[in-house]
Design a protein around this ligand. Structure first.
Ligand code: MV4
Length: 668
């Protein structure tokens, strides 16, 4: 077994490999780019070496930089993780040339699986089931068109050098074959530098079921059962689970045997995954083989109780497989959700920023979190925006699904937008609960997975108000404690006024809407006037910052996290973001501000008291707008000359609209 290994990766997979290495008493060497200088994987490793600038092509994808660190650190082996150099045959050869063990398969196996058509030929010879089709060298358009006719439409054209769905074309009828072929070849040439294609019968509602295989250097090979990865979006896996729903022992044995035969056919060593398309009639067909540890390997670990990274380390150091096939069993059901910093409402565009608040569900035998980030970390554009993998386990699928929904609801992230609500919608969808799975799941159930963002409920507004008011009280008490005049009426925050009903008015901007809540102070509680009526609210903020609330006698816990003027209210499975608008702060902000004057919120212009060219003095009223049932007077922030007046009485303006512009005196 190795004494020291280098992990040529970052984030969650690097942390995950380090965790197993530490448990086995193996010293670990991390590598990091500029952007990862304070990353978790660097902190966890025994040693860490800077390898270059943030872009992966200048750091993690540079074989010579990785090898240099391996030599300098005395690492005996390199674990590539997944992605990056994990399926780079040249890197694996360079490791061998430097007598450093590449923890992965032999390079010829990597190369053999690198070409779809070559892989299919190997599988055909090994009697592994293939989709009916053609993957030969004859690429003449006429021949391919005739072949497609013999296969029978619909037919799928795939780039031989492609993968992950790139360069695929579905052809529904012969009339469109030639143009689809030409288009697929063009895309293959530009994408992979190789325009060869193969043809397959197109399966209209397949599942993606993959088999985990493992082989050692002593001729042993086995499988660790299957994973269903059908829930994908644009060929990116979203949710994965093991075992596959509805799998029978007979089908499992057949698919497992086919996967092991595939591994043996290429002299495989180490962890590998054989991907199949499983048709509705129970037929299965080889799709491709991945020569690395997969992102989703934890669901296999959770149902078998095996540590696949430990298996990798043992096999790479020459040990035999830790188990025989008949010693492996399935216990329970596991589901993995990939938590990403991306915005489903913006077509899953990556969301970059600082993880200003990060609170995760507690880990247990039922909940595992593989992550590479900590609160305060930056999610940068340089890498895949995965925040974590949330893996849950229970004795059956329904139990695992409940655990998943609960854990997703407890996963709190502020500072970037995440896909947790989308994942929760998938997990809560009846079709998912019924295991009605296939690769078209997300497209087919789209409208149920992207619910319209609803306005804040009265409950959310009440929680936000309670948090604001309780924090203001706490702030005031803290301030009062530092003054000599402990009993000054100015320290009181309960809003008491002689001859009036003491109250606070809170303004919230909720998407495009604005909501006003009046909070009346009562003995030991607040009476909140919400859109849906009055609520008696009381509560406290505990030492962890949680809000313990009582709304009309209904008790609940919530977390309200500030991010600038934003309030992120998280309670049970609901997360809502409101912006607290403080008119006094807005005016204060303008004190020193020269230049243009913008609308503090959406509203309507009801009076204009100036004109372009007018000389004005600081504080002079220039314009009045009405918003949230109130009048807001926009005053001159400084002495100067009005340059432009951009709206007339009656105009409706958006938040931030430039109402007028001013040339301050010193520049006038
Ligand atoms: C297919 C198929 C239907 N019929 N082949 C997508 C990328 C690569 N993994 C192979 N893929 C497919 N090949 C035939 N003959 C449907 C897909 C497919 C898919 C497969 C697995 C997981 C997600 C998918 C999403 C779209 C299409």
């Amino acid at each position: 077994m190795f004494n020291k290994i280098l992990i040529a990766n970052r984030s969650e997979i690097a942390c995950r490999v380090i965790r197993t290495a530490k448990r086995l008493g193996i010293r670990t060497v991390a590598v990091y780019s500029d952007a990862d200088a304070s990353a978790l994987h660097v902190a966890l490793a025994d040693e860490a070496y800077h390898i270059g600038p943030s872009p992966a092509r200048e750091s993690y994808l540079r074989p010579e930089l990785i090898l240099d660190v391996a030599k300098r650190s005395g690492a005996q082996a390199v674990h590539p993780g997944y992605g990056f150099l994990s399926e780079n045959a040249e890197f694996a050869e360079a490791c061998a040339a430097a007598t450093i063990v590449f923890i992965g398969p032999p390079t010829n196996a990597i190369r053999a699986m690198g070409s779809k058509s070559a892989a299919k030929q190997i599988m055909e010879d090994a009697v592994v089931p293939l989709v009916p089709g053609y993957h030969g060298d004859n690429q003449a358009p006429d021949f391919l068109r005739d072949t497609a006719g013999r296969i029978g439409y619909p037919v799928l054209i795939k780039a031989s050098a492609g993968g992950g769905g790139k360069g695929m074309r579905v052809v529904w009828e012969g009339a469109t074959f030639e143009e689809s072929l030409a288009s697929a070849k063009r895309e293959a040439l530009s994408g992979f530098g190789d325009d060869r294609v193969l043809l397959e019968k197109y399966l209209t509602k397949p599942r993606h079921v993959e088999i985990q295989v493992f082989a050692d250097t002593h001729g042993n090979a086995l499988h660790l059962f299957e994973r269903d990865c059908s829930i994908q979006r644009r060929h990116q896996k979203v949710l994965e689970e093991a075992p596959a729903p509805g799998m029978t022992p007979e089908l499992r044995a057949k698919m497992g045997a086919a996967a092991v035969a595939a591994a043996r056919a290429i002299g495989y060593v180490g962890a590998g995954t054989v991907e199949f398309l499983l048709d509705q009639d129970g037929s299965f067909y080889f799709m491709e083989m991945n020569t690395r540890l997969q992102v989703e390997h934890p669901v296999t670990e959770m149902i078998t109780g095996q540590d696949l990274v430990e298996w990798q380390l043992r096999v790479a150091s020459g040990e035999p497989l830790p188990c025989r096939q008949d010693e492996l069993t399935i216990s329970g059901h596991a589901i993995e959700a990939r938590i990403y910093a991306e915005d489903p409402a913006r077509d899953f565009f990556p969301s970059i920023g600082t993880l200003s608040h990060l609170r995760t569900p507690s880990e247990s035998t039922h909940v595992r979190i593989d992550t590479g980030v900590r609160q305060g970390d930056e999610v940068s554009i340089n890498y895949d925006p995965m925040i974590a993998k949330l893996i849950v386990w229970d004795t059956d699928r329904a139990g695992a699904l409940r655990r998943l929904q609960q854990a997703l609801a407890e996963y709190q992230v502020v500072g970037v937008t995440t896909n947790t609500s989308f994942l929760g919608a998938v997990a809560a969808h009846p079709a998912f609960a019924e295991a009605n799975l296939d690769t078209g799941f997300i497209e087919r159930n789209r409208e149920g997975l992207f619910p319209e963002v609803q306005p804040a409920s009265d409950k959310i507004l009440a929680l936000a108000c309670l948090d604001v008011l309780l924090r203001r009280d706490a702030e005031a008490k803290k301030y009062a404690a530092f003054t000599t005049d402990l009993y000054s009426p100015w320290h009181l925050t309960h809003g008491w006024r002689p001859n009036s009903d003491n109250h606070h008015v809170l303004y919230f901007i909720d998407g495009d809407a604005t909501t006003t809540v009046t909070a009346l102070y009562r003995k030991s509680c607040f009476l909140l006037e919400l859109p849906g009526g009055q609520v008696v609210a009381r509560g406290e903020i505990d030492e962890t910052g949680n809000l313990l609330a009582d709304l009309d006698g209904m008790r609940m816990t919530a977390t309200v996290v500030r991010h600038g003027a934003e309030l992120n209210i998280m309670s049970a499975s609901v997360t809502h973001c409101l912006t607290l608008f403080d008119p006094s702060a807005q005016t204060a902000e303008r004190e020193g501000e020269g230049g243009c004057l913008t609308a503090p919120m959406p509203g309507k212009i009801i009076a204009v008291m100036t004109e372009a060219g007018a000389q004005v003095k600081r504080g002079m009223p220039l314009l009045i707008m009405e918003a949230m049932k109130m009048e807001h007077t926009i005053t001159a922030p400084a002495d100067g000359m009005v340059a432009t007046v951009n709206y007339t009485v009656g105009a409706v303006v958006n938040d931030g609209a430039e109402l007028l512009s001013l040339i301050p005196e010193e520049t006038a």
